[in-house]
Design a protein around this ligand. Structure first.
Ligand code: PLP
Length: 463
């Protein structure tokens, strides 16, 4: 499989290069040159596979030019061995036509583990064969940092430095980053805001000499391998519910459009699917787009579902590329105009098509709390403030003919304050994290100064 950039002027690459490159050098995102096709007969055969076996079948066409099947199967097995549930992402019935796909049984209790656990092993494999080392840096306001740290800890050929704003991440999120003991993990509390942390990371990438000295890399959500790993659980859930004989809808709480784009990819590969339902909070740019062709940027406002407090969804560019019939120049121009004017124009035809493939929905904070309360009373289920948006979306707009699968993107214990506000009691951490508050923390506090951070990276990386 070759990969092409959404902006049409970067070189075509194979999987191993796309994995390490992240962003294409024309500023675009890599997408597969064509979608591998799965037919109904294959789907029937896949129905009895374990999650890991299915993962190999679904992903192999994307990686096989770079990684032989047997090696890939081993990486997949290692990646999902860290999940606490035997079926990795179990499906739970909530109502007659409504199911919850629990994606939070990985080490950090959020769906990002599904992709990042595999990414850590893929990095190691590819770097080993190329005899290279990398230094990963990233900024986090919470979820992504801990998932990236858990993915990279103990990997032989990478160091990871995660910058977070000192005193501004929740205690659970901080401890998930600072209690990891591996030598190649470096949690850095920056005296500043999340934006300061992001600016420091950008500045490190912009410093060419530094970038080349430490072999800088990133694991953010624009990496194709993350999307690829997320395609698997759409197949998994649909097969549990009778695919290919029956279509299902998926409800996906969305920030960067990565998770829901993986669902779109599964559909493109031939998985029979009803609608892809895209949920957001008060930061509802995507809902406004699907409802009324209004993709205009407003300020980001904090909400109860912080992982979706996003205005510009970076992975939307991958879908835009398809909407524009895979014309890289047109995609580049549309994105440039969007950045300049704050408004995206895809034309009447593009919008009609988008509207037929996706359905948008947004939930305010008060409605989110009410929904958490309602679902708890009705089913006994404690839902986190992201997941509940998808569940409510299914309840209000789901079809009576098809089952809906709501993606549970985080364990409720990750957002104890919101759960306490809705239900009056904090949820307990699962057993493997029950002693999180007793574990010793290890992190460095640094000034919001590029030179200090760079010095720290240079003198603390391994190898
Ligand atoms: C990251 C995250 C999301 C948003 O996922 P995208 O891939 O950015 O759309 C939703 N819920 C939770 C809990 C997350 O951590």
């Amino acid at each position: 499989m070759q990969y092409i950039s959404t902006r049409g002027s970067a070189p075509e690459l194979e999987f191993d290069e796309v994995l390490l490159a992240g962003l294409a050098n024309d500023g675009g995102l890599y997408v597969p040159k064509s979608w591998p096709q799965v037919n109904a007969e294959q789907l029937r055969q896949w129905a009895t596979l374990s999650y890991q076996e299915l993962a190999v079948e679904v992903m192999l066409p994307f990686v096989e030019d770079s990684i032989p099947r047997a090696d890939f199967a081993e990486l997949v097995n290692r990646a999902y061995a860290t999940f606490q549930h035997p079926s990795v992402t179990p499906l739970k019935q909530l109502d007659s036509n409504l199911y919850l796909l629990e994606l939070f049984h990985g080490p950090t209790l959020a769906f990002k583990d599904c992709a990042l656990q595999l990414l850590g092993h893929l990095f190691d494999y590819v770097l080993e064969r190329q005899d290279r080392r990398i230094t990963i840096v990233g900024a986090t306001s919470g979820d992504t940092g801990s998932a990236a740290i858990e993915a990279i800890k103990g990997r032989a050929r990478a160091d990871i430095f995660i910058l977070f704003p000192e005193g501004r991440v929740s205690p659970v999120q901080q401890r998930q980053m600072t209690t990891v003991t591996a030598e190649n993990v470096h949690a850095l509390a920056i005296n500043g805001t999340f934006d300061d942390c992001q600016d420091l990371v950008k500045a490190m990438f912009a410093d060419r000499q530094f970038r080349e000295t430490v072999n800088l890399s990133a694991v953010n959500s624009i990496n194709w391998a993350r999307i690829m790993a997320q395609i698997v659980y759409y197949f998994w859930a649909a097969l549990r519910l009778g695919a290919p004989e029956r279509e299902v809808d998926f409800c996906v709480p969305t920030g960067n459009f990565g998770n829901v784009f993986a669902g779109y990819a599964a559909k493109k590969m031939g998985l029979p699917m009803g609608r892809l339902m895209v949920g957001s909070n008060r930061n509802d740019i995507l809902t406004r787009f699907f409802e009324s062709d209004d993709m205009s940027v407003r300020g980001v406002e904090p909400s109860l579902s912080p992982s979706m407090d996003i205005q510009i969804s970076s992975n939307f560019e991958r879908y835009l590329f398809d909407l524009l019939d895979r014309d890289g120049n047109a995609t580049a121009k549309t994105i440039t105009d969007f950045r300049q004017t704050g408004r995206m124009q895809v034309g009447q035809g593009g919008w009609e098509r988008a509207k037929s493939e996706f359905h948008g929905f947004s939930l305010s904070d008060p409605d989110c709390l009410a929904a958490m309360k309602h679902w708890h009373a009705a089913t006994g289920e404690v839902l986190d403030p992201h997941t509940v948006i998808g569940v409510q979306h299914a309840a209000e707009f789901g079809s009576s003919e098809r089952p809906a699968v709501a993606l549970a993107t985080a364990h409720p214990a990750k957002f104890p304050a919101a759960v306490e506000q809705a239900l009056g009691a904090e949820p307990a951490l699962p057993a493997h994290l029950a002693d999180l508050y007793d574990r010793p923390e290890r992190f460095s506090v640094l000034a919001n100064a590029l030179e200090d951070v760079q010095k720290h990276v240079l003198s603390n990386r391994q190898g």
